[in-house]
Structure formats: C-alpha cells, structure tokens
Design a protein around this ligand. Sequence first.
Ligand code: B12
Length: 330
Amino acid sequence: MAEAHGTGGYSIAAVSKLTGISCHALRVWERRYGFPAPERSPSGHRRYPTEQVGVLREIAAQTQAGHLIGDLIDGYRAGSLTASSLQGGEAVEPLAATVLLDLLSVGDLVGAQAVLDRFLARLAPFEMIERIIEPALVEVGERWFRRESSIYQDRCAVGCVLGQLNRLLDQVRRVNLNPGRRVLVGAVQGELHEGGVLMVSLALELAGWRAIPIGADVPILDFQNAVEAWKPDALALSFVLSRNINKRFAELASITSVPVFVGGRSIVNHQRLARRFCLIPLTGSLAAASAELIAETERWHGRRSRVRSQNNGADSLASPLWNRMVGGNA
Ligand code: B12
C-alpha cells in the first residue's frame, strides 16, 4: 500500500476518490459510528491513516453486497473485517494533488516543486496534466468550496500549478520544430480562468500544431484584431463561466475568416446556442476535443488532414511528437 509521505495521511477528497464513499458520508459515519477516525493536520484538516483507507474500501465493497454500515464497523472493531490494499498506481494520483496542496497551503514552494519534479521525472507532459495538474486545480476548487482554504492559500497554489503548466507548454513548444497549423487560444472578457487555455494549447502543441495562447479576459475586439493580424487557422476559446454567454457568442459570430471553437465546462449546456451562432462546440475529454478541433479545422480549410481523425478519438493525435510526449500510450 502506498504511504502518504510526509503528510500523515490522506485528505478527505483523496479518500473519497480512493473508496468511492462521498465526503459527506465519511463525515456522517465519523459522527455516528466513531469510524473512520481521522487525525488532524496542523491546519485542522482531516487526515486518514492508510490502514483506515483500506478498511473503508472493504466497507464500501461490502455495502454493495447489502451489508449494513454499523454491522461492518462493528465487525472491523471485532477483528472480522480486514483492510483491502491499495495498488501503488491508483493511490499515487489523489495523494499527489493532496500532498502538493498541503505544502502550498503552508507556503512551502520549494517542497511543492520537489513533489512536482518527482512526477515530472516519470510522467510525460500529457500525463502530468491529467494526473497531477488538473486534479490539483480541481482540489483547490473543492477546498475553496468547502471553506477549507483561504484566498492567499488558493492564490499561492494556483500560481504554482499554472506556473508548472506554463513551463510544460514552453518545453513542448521548444521541441515542436515544424508545427502544422496555428491556433489562437484564449478566454473572453469577464472570464478569468486560464487553466483550460493553457491545457488546450499544450494538447495542440503535442499534436504538432502551434498554439498561441493570449490568456484570459480578452475583449472580443482583440480576438478579431489578432485573427486579422496573425491569420491563424483557427480560434479556440475556453468558457468556464456562462455569464453573458449569449452576448459573447453573438459577438464572436462576427469572426468568419476562421473556424471558431468553444470549449470548457460551460459549453456542455450551451452546445445548441453555440451552433446557432456558427461556433463549433467541443466537449468530451481534452484529447478527444483537441482531436475534433484538428479534424474540423482541416475540414474547414478543405485540405487533406495531416493526421487523419479516426472516430474523433485520441488516435488522431498520434503524431510521433504526441507519442513521445504521452509516453507512447496515446
Ligand atoms: C483557479 C480558479 C480561479 C482563479 C483563476 C485564475 C487563473 N489564472 O486561471 C480565480 C481566483 C481568478 C477564480 C475566480 C473565480 N472562480 Co474559479 N476556479 C479556479 C479553479 C480552482 C481552477 C480552474 C482551473 O484552472 N481548472 C482546471 C481546468 C483545466 O479545468 P477546466 O477549466 O474545466 O478545463 C478543462 C476542460 O473544461 C477543458 N477545456 C477548458 N477550456 C477548453 C477550451 C477548449 C477549446 C477545449 C477543447 C477544451 C477546454 O480542458 C480542461 C482539461 O480537461 C476552479 C476549480 C475547478 N474545478 O476547475 C474554480 C472554479 C472554476 N471557479 C469557480 C468560481 C465560482 C469562481 C468565481 C465566480 C468565484 C467568485 N465568487 O469570485 C470567480 C469568477 C472569476 C471570473 N470572472 O472568471 C467555480 C465555477 C463554478 C461553475 N460555474 O461551474 C469553480 C469550479 C470552483 C468551484 N468548485 O466552485 N477562479
């Protein structure tokens, strides 16, 4: 079983991911049955010892078979229920984000970078995004939502994680020597979230295209000007929030010289609206959405696709560069 190095245990979010038991249920069982019995970190957060996580996994499995929680906890206390073990691979990811954020919550940037470096040494850039960077950003959001962190802690964590994402993008760009098409990437005025912009840019660079990220909170007029001046082959925008989405879509409809893609969590509920304004909605995983962007851009420009899209899946990203970056698993 993987150890929770240096932190004295797993966070509630990590335990929830590892066991499938909701955070709410974990708190209720603790109150009602006295189990699990997490320790507390210096900042007061619950920290579950490895053994308890194993017991919770076993309990989760047995409740599926119809056993009652109270009986199972009694069984554990009586010694008739044993912990199931965690495999190293499945434990590492939730743990990594938690360890990283615990360090950042006390302002330990050097320690946090050491954790990132450890993963950078063994994960390809796309895996780094999927397994460390995105889970860490999501956990920042969860801690914020549960009021477990302060603004200064969130900002420190986001700065560190986005900084690493920028460095990865830089690293991939340096080895992408003969990029194919160019895509302008950003987020519209009023949208401050930049993570999606950077991640899409990285995915496109890994596919052998050139991404030009211009950041978040950019007025539509500036996208128009940039398209006119730089003549990219496509424009890709990230929408986390849906504020003013109707207005923004209407403004974007004036950009007609390139295909305009819209992606991000808000787009799932606004696909039809996007199409009404001749925008191309992208949903699904980052790899699949990037592959679709590539295939649609080629279709738009009416040329033969350098990388043929098979079923709009991640396969269409299978350039040599992509394979190298994702460790040959694409
Ligand atoms: C960092 C952060 C901030 C920072 C952003 C700083 C920065 N430089 O980016 C700051 C502090 C500014 C911020 C502010 C706010 N935030 Co905020 N923030 C976050 C946080 C913690 C991380 C965002 C992130 O980078 N996520 C990781 C990225 C990669 O995920 P993603 O954006 O969903 O992108 C993925 C896909 O959607 C896709 N994708 C995204 N874009 C695109 C585009 C294309 C073309 C394609 C193909 C794919 C694609 O690719 C990504 C990989 O899978 C999230 C938590 C979370 N769960 O995401 C909250 C979160 C997004 N924020 C939230 C909120 C509510 C706010 C505020 C309204 C808070 C407030 N009351 O002030 C403000 C709004 C500010 C604004 N006007 O934009 C909510 C949004 C809830 C919702 N509506 O869904 C979240 C989810 C937090 C939460 N748990 O409630 N935030």
